[in-house]
Design a protein. Sequence first.
Length: 99
Amino acid sequence: MEIKLRVEDIDYGSLAAVLLPKIKDKLTESSSPILRMLAAKADDEQFVRNTVNGFPQAAKDKLVVLMLNKNADKMSEKFTEMASEKGLYFRITGFKAEN
């Protein structure tokens, strides 16, 4: 079964501040100087929030999709855990964000 979700009204800065520290090691090798800079400052929540919120919309969308997809396994696990805590039992076998 496949279920699609559409997400709107995203607080990009806060989302980046939560996800970026989890994937900073992967981003330090990026060809993008902006991603490398964000990876270097990933533990500075306020810096990440302010920087990401200042990006053009297309760049914010691209960054969040990248971060979510780099965390796909963890996202699948977390959604499965949250569901089981509510009495819903299933296993997510794929997670993919796209813009």
